[in-house]
Design a protein around this ligand. Structure first.
Ligand SMILES: *Cc1c(COP(=O)(O)O)cnc(C)c1O
Length: 365
């Protein structure tokens, strides 16, 4: 059986290094907000090219803390409208709702699956204060157009970069293409911890200062609380594991691109639509997502051949029970994507034989 993503295998090369890190922390006896978190924050800021990185508990909290930080600074207010893609993982939208802001959904481009800048402008009102693009599946959203539009309307831009660690536009990386960005280090992401973890990156010192405090009970100095904060700190142990993995991220992304290149050039089947990849943009292939009209049939066929696939995502946010008032809304492109997408196995530890076998089975279908 070829697993969709084998987390035992993706972590196997780092096992000895992880064990050393664990021992180091046990020896020190320091478990929260210590040297490892500091080292990771410095390292990841430097990797992304931003002035600041703030380690937090997970990706959803990273998004929430950016929005709360801007509220604290008076740049966002209760009821402000935030433009988000209709086609995203629900976390993007939950973060907006959780902070008392209003998500305004915009359809994606059917080729890139990302926000279509042409359709953003018609949704901008006097209440719109920010655009939150998602680099879905590891492909950067059209940040140049989005940033131009945001500048023209004086809007904040906040990247949901949870699927795009290391993606580059010209010389700038995801996380450094907007005012602030949220990352997740959930185990299955391109840079994954051994549990939950996340981070905010930004060049805005005022925002960074507020978020450093907000993630730790709103306190800059122990037992002195400036803000109504939360407990969402990046764990020292998770930071120690991430410090092991960060230096290998670019090589792992490159390997993902090699697999993607093979899928793109070797899969030849009229029933399958392959993803769009502009080779000048270095997609990091968090997921390799194809489309097909008969998804159940194809997924069942592949499973019979020993190939596990997943669906990202089966139900669009506006059709979820949690967002009941939105059920009557219509986003035809988003709905079509959710009906047709299927994610093929993709990871930095797949073998070339596995890729060949998957290609062969898809071509025989
Ligand atoms: C994974 C993910 C998140 C949330 O990250 P968690 O660490 O699971 O909270 C947010 N947005 C997108 C697009 C994601 O893929």
């Amino acid at each position: 059986m070829i697993k969709f993503l084998d987390l035992q295998k993706t972590n196997a090369p780092y096992q000895e290094a992880y064990q050393k890190q664990l021992q180091k922390i046990l020896d020190k006896g320091w478990f929260v907000l210590g040297r490892e978190v500091e080292q990771f924050e410095k390292g990841f800021a430097s990797y992304c090219g931003t002035s600041f990185c703030i380690g937090v508990g997970n990706g959803l909290d990273a998004l929430v803390l950016i929005l709360k930080g801007y509220k604290q600074l008076g740049k966002l207010q209760q009821g402000d409208e935030i433009i988000v893609p209709a086609n995203t993982y629900i976390a993007t939208i939950l973060a907006v709702l959780e902070t008392g802001l209003v998500p305004v959904l915009v359809e994606p481009n059917l080729e890139t699956y990302n926000l279509n800048p042409e359709w953003i402008e018609e949704k901008i009102t006097s209440k719109t204060k920010a655009i939150m693009p998602v680099h879905l599946y590891g492909q950067l959203a059209d940040m140049e157009s989005i940033n131009n539009l945001a500048a023209a309307y004086n809007l904040l831009v906040i990247e949901d970069a949870a699927q795009a660690h290391g993606a580059i536009l010209k010389t700038k990386k995801a996380g450094n293409l907007s005012h602030a960005a949220a990352f997740s280090f959930y185990p299955g992401k391109n840079l994954g911890a051994l549990g939950d973890a996340g981070a905010v990156t930004t060049n805005d010192e005022a925002l960074a200062t507020v978020i450093y405090a907000l993630r730790n009970y709103g306190s800059e100095k122990k037992y002195h609380n400036q803000y109504i904060g939360v407990n969402s700190r990046l764990d020292e142990l998770q930071a120690a594991f991430l410090n092991v993995k960060l230096p290998h991220l670019d090589a792992e992304n490159e390997y993902r691109r090699q697999i993607a290149s093979r899928y793109l050039s070797e899969i030849k089947n009229e029933k399958i639509t392959l993803p769009y990849w502009d080779a000048t943009k270095n997609h990091v292939f968090h997921l390799f997502v194809i489309r097909t009209k008969n998804r159940v049939d194809l997924q069942t066929y592949l499973l019979e051949k020993g190939i596990e696939t997943l669906i990202h995502y089966p139900i669009p946010p506006h059709k979820q029970d949690a967002l009941l008032p939105w059920k009557s809304l219509s986003f035809p492109i988003t709905e079509r994507i959710h009906e047709e997408v299927l994610s093929l196995p993709m990871s930095p530890v797949m073998t070339t034989d596995e890729v060949s076998y998957i290609v062969k089975m898809l071509n025989n279908y």
